[in-house]
Design a protein around this ligand. Structure first.
Ligand code: DHB
Ligand code: FE
Length: 278
């Protein structure tokens, strides 16, 4: 049966794409952020996952406000990036793992999650840039399955619902025939707010407590409503729901192999965790 070997959780910020394009990885502003990924790359080179299930939120590239699924899973043969207006280069296409996609969709629907299945799907910076941080040569050695959670238009799914989705994803992967080695990559957060009166809001104390909780008490954040999460982490900080779903997919116990936290990257408190399933 397929196996989830571990999870990576990371922030996503469009400016990372600009920094990569300009080769600014050693620049003093960017270095503490990019260097965080070095141990993750070593681990990937050792553990060699075959497929990445990417849990992220689309920001208006594939889904817009007129049609906004709460949960969507890609089932396309390949996924392409497109211009989101940030002025960053588009990255090479990603090969889909369609067998795993359909297995996940069938399994999640049987598990009472009403999934939108997408046989065509554009992937935005929240998907592409974390992949480019894990594989900087952009010659993707893995297939992918995108999983989208709506965090851009109310009503958002609750933290508990995202936890349960992650658990269901974990069960679904574990029942996939074959010996696929699966990495779960969750992208978003940590605290940030891009607009409004609190633009620039960052909550380091909450972010660090949340990161610790994923190892020590992983359902801790499910006690908060999405409104409370927005209050504590900013309007876009609620993207941390992707981290919660990722952690839930990894099963009961995890070993933390690496972590990084750096303020700010663009307007965002940037976090990174590498968790191995035990
Ligand atoms: C920024 C952060 C995001 O999560 C995003 O989707 C877009 C921009 C930022 O900090 O600039
Ligand atoms: Fe975002």
């Amino acid at each position: 049966m397929a196996k989830i070997i571990g999870g990576v959780t990371t922030s996503h910020v469009p400016a990372i794409g600009g920094a990569i394009a300009k080769g600014l990885q050693q620049d003093p502003y960017w270095k503490p952020f990019f260097d965080g990924f070095i141990p993750v790359r070593h681990w990937l080179a050792e553990t060699k996952p075959d497929t990445v299930v990417v849990i992220y939120n689309d920001h208006g590239l594939n889904f817009f406000l007129d049609k906004m699924p709460t949960f969507a899973v890609g089932a396309a043969p390949e996924y392409r990036n497109a211009d989101e207006g940030w002025g960053i280069p588009q990255l090479p296409a990603f090969a889909g793992n369609q067998d795993l996609s359909w297995h996940l969709i069938e399994s999640l629907v049987a598990d009472e999650f009403d999934i939108t299945s997408c046989q065509e799907m554009a992937v935005d910076h929240a998907f592409t840039l974390p992949m480019a941080l894990l594989w900087p040569d952009q010659k993707w050695p893995v297939k992918v399955v995108p999983v989208c959670i709506n965090t851009v238009q109310a009503p958002l799914p609750s933290a508990l619902r995202c936890w349960k989705l992650g658990q269901a994803l974990g069960r679904a992967v574990a029942s996939f025939p074959g010996d696929e080695r699966v990495l779960v990559l969750g992208t978003g957060g940590l605290s940030h707010q891009l607009d409004g009166e609190r633009a620039g809001f960052i909550n380091k104390e909450f972010d660090l407590q949340f990161m610790r909780s994923l190892v020590e008490d992983p359902t801790w954040a499910t006690r908060f409503s999405t409104f409370e999460l927005v209050e504590k982490t900013g309007t876009q900080g609620v993207e941390l729901l992707m981290w919660l779903a990722t952690r839930a997919a990894l099963g009961e116990r995890v070993k933390q192999l690496h972590t990084n936290y750096h303020i700010p990257i663009s307007n965002t408190a940037s976090g990174l965790m590498l968790l191995e399933s035990c």
